[in-house]
Ligand binder design. Structure first.
Ligand code: SF4
Length: 760
């Protein structure tokens, strides 16, 4: 069928919103143009014909006057905004020549290809990866952003952080089985509202919903209880809650004994686990426990009644004696440092609230925790994740419907064989995450990166911390910047070549999730836009590598579906073309992780004590004051306000930020401030203010919001830098990275605010 015929086309909205599954959109196509869109259908009622405002803005997105329609080459200085329209032939010739020259000078790995969060089709995400592999270049790997909580949960459960803990979490729909839901540092009522009804359904059926957040968000407003805490003190709260649970016997001893390393004996001299070889000459590396029946240390397998508390004198193989303690005892000792009264001083949460919440958490089963990115974007976010996870671990809420701890949605392992597309002839690209990419560009470590190609990525907006440093120290070190996108974003503005990419209505792709959904091409591309797949195929041909991109997108999709994975059995491209969205071969019930209680940790158990983190002093999730946003820190006297970056319901990061529909609802960026803080600074609603610290400043209007916690100010992330009247908020953040979280701490930021004149 020609795309110029009148018809209805079902396709998929696929930004980084984590809707599960991503929403379907039906496009009404009349004479080759989309005249109307509406929510698309799904075979399951929970997901049928739902959409958010951003999805509904896809029509104005498609025909936005600012759409990039032709390849552009920079003719002025970087960022001057002077462009020359070029043909695709010239674009490919220029790119082939520049990439080859840079590779010859700095090595092929110096060519880096990154996809951002603007698209999630396997071809759109995979094409740059395949091209990078083909030429021996570098491709993106997860890490650096939204990675601290998954990293912490990896330490506990063994699920690689690179999966963002999806196999370790629970599907959002599983919320209906919970009797208690703790939403910790997240605002799903606004940012996941297409799925949030599952939480409300649980609440209607008697579940208690608790929201832990410094501010009274939309989610906090809908919760049964809102607990406001000082930003960055979540670990202290979690430790105190665990202390209460353990002190009052609210734990599930059998679960801790049988499925965690709580009983493992820890040597008090080294902090390492006691092994059989430590005790028996020629013994194995088996973990040792204290057997309460025989009153001696024995291997885990030999124990009949492993102790989980106390301390024990153990005779080592050489004859000396050593005091050892079960891991749970050490965790308990740590938690005892945080009785509710002390935790209250640190967190600002009243002691009785901590006591009551701990009691309810122990009593209401099943109970679940959903962690949001408000927790993630801190230096010690992995500690917080581990401390919070201990609450559902200690109460035995693991592997059961309605329980668990989730950051992103839980889901079955990805069944598509994407490797067949991404790794031509088995070749693999080198990979860097965002943090290591910045280091590779700026310092040449671990190797120099000199060319950066970005697809669906507004990287130089808010993706990396301390933007002004990135713009002054990182960007100038790049010899070539290529951006393939739909609009002249802040990132495209500093590129050397800008390429017009296809939208969801202009390309064929496959969006994975609980359903496999085809992104059908509904209309011809605007102007001379090309899909990322076609862009790389064209460039590969120009560079003499066309045989590796010679097949059609359909062929590659077919190949990805050919696996012996049972989740994909019977799912073919032809079936997807007929049915558009096909449910994986899996139970209808929402995904629940760890049903088999098997864990990929070194011990095969959930690890509440991490031997391999001893060198960081992180074997237990201790509380540390925030690295910057601390009342005790040196900057607090000068910059006494904690700046948090919230997520807006009107954009997904910077995607949709330029849509007229969204701009009507959120016309300009603002900084929100509590009335007390505003009064101290003699500020009135809507006044122009300057938010600043030693790294940067931004001018914008202030909005007085009594739902904030005093001492906290909020700017919603994702607005394009050009939308701020002066400066940018993304230069206020610091780039300090914890070695255990490997994550930017965007929220660990102190600022001050002052008046400016209206034209300031
Ligand atoms: S942006 Fe909105 S419409 Fe699009 S997938 Fe996400 S929730 Fe659905």
């Amino acid at each position: 069928m020609s795309v110029s015929e009148n018809r209805l086309v079902r396709t998929v909205c696929d930004p980084n919103c984590h809707a599960s599954p991503r929403c379907a959109i039906t496009a009404h196509v009349v004479e080759g143009r989309i005249t109307r869109i509406e929510p698309g259908s799904f075979p399951l009622p929970d997901y049928d014909r739902r959409i958010c405002l951003m999805g509904m803005s896809r029509l104005e997105y498609q025909y936005h006057k600012d759409r990039l329609r032709f390849p552009l080459k920079r003719v002025g200085g970087r960022g001057e905004g002077k462009w020359h329209r070029i043909s695709w032939d010239e674009a490919f010739d220029t790119l082939a020549e520049r990439l080859s020259a840079i590779a010859a000078k700095f090595g092929s790995r110096s060519l880096a290809f990154f996809t951002g969060s603007g698209a999630h089709g396997v071809l759109t995400k995979g094409a740059p990866h395949r091209f990078a592999a083909l030429i021996g270049g570098t491709a993106a790997r997860p890490g650096g952003i939204d990675y601290g909580v998954p990293k912490g949960l990896e330490y506990a459960f063994g699920v690689p952080a690179s999966t963002y803990f999806r196999p370790g979490g629970h599907e959002f729909a599983d919320a209906v089985h919970s009797r208690m839901i703790i939403i910790w540092g997240g605002n799903g009522a606004e940012t996941r509202f297409v799925d949030f009804h599952f939480v409300l359904e649980a609440q209607r059926h008697g579940a208690k919903v608790v929201c832990i957040d410094p501010n009274r968000s939309a989610t906090a407003a809908k919760a049964d209880q809102w607990i406001s805490l000082r930003p960055g003190t979540d670990t202290a709260l979690a430790l105190s809650l665990l202390n209460e649970i353990l002190e009052h016997g609210g734990q599930n001893d059998a679960f801790l004994r049988d499925h965690t390393n709580a009983p493992f004996l820890v040597r008090t001299d080294t902090g390492g686990f006691l092994r059989e070889a430590d005790v028996i000459p020629g013994g194995s590396s088996a973990y040792m426990v204290w057997d309460s029946l025989s009153e001696r240390s024995v291997s885990l397998q030999a124990a009949r009644a492993p102790a989980m508390t106390g301390s024990y004198r153990v005779f080592l193989a050489g004859g000396s004696a050593l005091v050892c303690a079960p891991a749970l005892q050490l965790l308990l000792d740590l938690c005892r440092s945080y009785p509710p009264e002390r935790a209250s001083v640190i967190t600002g949460v009243p002691a009785h609230v901590i006591r009551d919440l701990a009691r309810e958490l122990a009593a209401r089963k099943p109970a679940s925790i959903r962690i949001g990115f408000g927790v993630d974007r801190w230096y010690y976010s992995d500690y917080t994740a581990r401390a919070a996870a201990n609450l559902v671990i200690a109460t035995g809420n693991i592997g059961v419907a309605g329980g668990g701890i989730s950051v992103h949605d839980g889901t079955y392992p990805q069944p598509l064989n994407q490797r067949v597309f991404r790794s031509p002839d088995g070749r693999e690209a080198a990979t860097l995450d965002v943090v290591s990419l910045m280091s590779a560009i700026e310092q040449g470590k671990p190797y120099p990166v000199k060319a950066l190609w970005l697809c669906a990525s507004n990287m130089f907006n808010q993706t990396s911390a301390n933007r002004s440093r990135v713009m002054s120290s990182v960007v100038p070190k790049l010899e070539l910047i290529v951006v393939a996108d739909h609009f002249m974003t802040d990132t495209a503005e500093v590129a050397d070549i800008v390429l017009p990419a296809c939208t969801i209505f202009e390309r064929l792709d496959l969006v994975p999730g609980m359903f496999l959904q085809l992104q059908h091409k509904a209309v011809e591309p605007e102007g001379e836009s090309k899909s990322d797949f076609d862009i790389f195929a064209g460039l590969a041909r120009r560079m003499g590598l066309g045989t590796h991109f010679s097949r059609s997108p359909e062929d590659y999709l077919r190949e990805m579906l050919v696996t012996d994975h049972p989740l994909l059995s019977g799912i073919t491209l032809e079936r997807l073309q007929r049915e558009h969205a096909v449910f994986l071969n899996r139970p209808r019930e929402p995904y629940v992780s760890f049903r088999n209680l098997k864990f990929q940790t070194p011990s095969g158990r959930i690890e509440v004590y991490k031997e391999e983190l001893l060198r960081y002093g992180a074997e237990l999730p201790r509380y540390h004051e925030p690295i910057e946003a601390s009342l005790e820190g040196p900057l607090y006297q000068r910059f006494p306000l904690v700046l948090l970056f919230s997520h807006s319901k009107h954009r997904i990061h910077s995607t949709f930020a330029n849509m007229p529909m969204m701009k009507k609802l959120e016309p300009e960026p603002v900084v929100e401030i509590h009335p007390v803080d505003a009064q101290r600074r003699s500020m009135a609603q809507d006044q122009h203010v300057r938010v600043y610290n030693d790294r940067g400043s931004v001018n914008l209007r202030c909005r007085i919001n009594p739902d904030l916690r005093p001492g906290v100010v909020v700017i919603s992330e994702g607005s394009w830098v050009k939308d701020f009247p002066g400066g940018d908020p993304y230069s206020l953040t610091h780039e300090l990275i914890s070695p255990t979280s490997e994550n930017y701490a965007f929220c660990d930021t102190l600022v001050e605010i002052e008046h400016v004149q209206r034209d300031g």
